[in-house]
Design a protein around this ligand. Structure first.
Ligand code: F6P
Length: 364
């Protein structure tokens, strides 16, 4: 029998549970066995009971839950070759020959590194007597599919990452709430949203929430942004608007690379414009709580597709994402390289190319 391992890794995201459930039930329906690797890659490094069989009922009723019921971690040990070798030994010991990793950009990049090193680890484990020649033969390579679970929508290879839609709902709800109190007092608010180096959440939330101004890493303003922001906000106030709402992505910076923080923007609003300004940093409320309907069905759909992928003729590791509402697979190596390239484009100040490279889901 084929034995599929499933794990969630890195920051949790709403909808990961729906993906885990779809993986488990699709695998069982295809007569494969499925093992949960608990607490992300840390569970593979620790082995033992952290790698255990999952049955149909183990994933009952989890679709509506936020987070990930099989646990996740940002695993330091997995960033070392030694840690990865230990993980390989444990996966082989449990007879896992296919793996589905649900995680963000960092986790999938690490997964790709593991895939590349896999044969070397197997050879070393065989040489040291940690595995038998039969195990080495059976596990000479690892079939992998990655599902991007992250609220940041920062990975190439999918229109949406699992969790982004729920996070957006949460942010827009918060902006709506802030807008009403802001309007009552004619105040200005700066709302900082997550997204790490990606401005997707900030931009989409600003549009959906009707904000006045937004700062995102992919389209940094020139160093004299104070004057431009002031003129845009004044124009709106002069036209009768009772609030100014500025959304700041946590990774925002100016074109010279100086970080633009929410506090920085607030100081400009109050010191240079004389506004009564407040800051709201949304933090982890964006990541927790109930997944949206979209995240539930999208994660279920691609969880199902990932199992088909690893059970099929998948010699190359794939990222299974969504394109135009259909499952879409792309080689993991390509997706990882293209995602890394965006950081390079931003560092080289090739901002338009960075924006375009985010993919067609990113409004320009
Ligand atoms: O990648 C998801 C994310 O929530 C980012 O938006 C944010 O920068 C980061 O994780 C926060 O990490 P932690 O939960 O480890 O504080």
């Amino acid at each position: 029998t084929v034995r599929i391992g499933v794990l969630t890794s890195g920051g949790d995201a709403q909808g990961m549970n729906a993906a885990v459930r779809a993986v488990v039930r699709t695998a069982l329906a295809a007569d494969a066995e499925v093992y949960g690797i608990l607490e992300g890659w840390q569970g593979a490094v620790d082995g033992g009971d952290y790698i255990r069989p999952l049955g149909w009922d183990d994933v009952s009723g989890i679709t509506a839950l936020g987070g990930t019921v099989i646990g996740t971690a940002r695993c330091a040990a997995f960033r070392t070759a030694e840690g990865r070798r230990t993980a390989v030994a444990h996966l082989i010991e449990k007879g896992i020959d296919r793996l589905i990793v649900i995680g963000g950009d960092g986790s999938l990049t690490g997964t790709d590194a593991l895939r590349a090193e896999w044969p070397d680890h197997v050879a070393a484990l065989l040489a040291s007597g940690a595995i038998t020649p039969e195990q080495a033969e059976r596990h000479h390579s690892l079939v992998i599919a990655g599902l991007v679970g992250s609220i940041d929508n920062d990975m190439v290879g999918t229109d949406m990452t699992i969790g982004t839609d729920s996070a957006l709902h949460r942010i827009v709800e918060a902006i709506d709430a802030i807008a009403s109190t802001a309007a009552s007092h004619q105040r200005s608010f700066v709302v900082e949203v997550m997204g790490r180096h990606c401005g997707y959440l900030a931009l989409m939330a600003a549009i959906a929430g009707g904000a006045d101004y937004v700062f995102i890493p992919e389209q940094p303003p020139s160093a004299d942004w104070h004057a431009h922001m002031a003129s845009v906000l004044r124009r709106a106030r002069n036209a009768g608007r009772r609030t100014s709402i500025v959304v700041v992505a946590e990774g925002a910076a100016d074109a010279d690379g100086n970080p633009i923080t929410a506090e920085h923007v607030r100081a400009v609003l109050s010191d240079e414009m004389g506004e009564d300004a407040r800051v709201t940093i949304l933090g982890h409320v964006q990541r927790g709580g109930t997944p949206s309907a979209y995240d539930r069905w999208m994660a279920s759909m691609i969880g199902h597709a990932a199992v088909e992928q690893v059970l099929g003729d998948a010699s190359e590791a794939q990222v299974v994402g969504v394109r135009a509402n259909r499952p879409h697979a792309q080689p993991l190596v390509e997706a990882v390289a293209a995602t890394r390239n965006i950081a390079t484009l931003i560092a080289e100040k090739r901002f338009d190319e960075a924006m375009a490279a985010r993919g067609h889901s990113f409004v320009q």
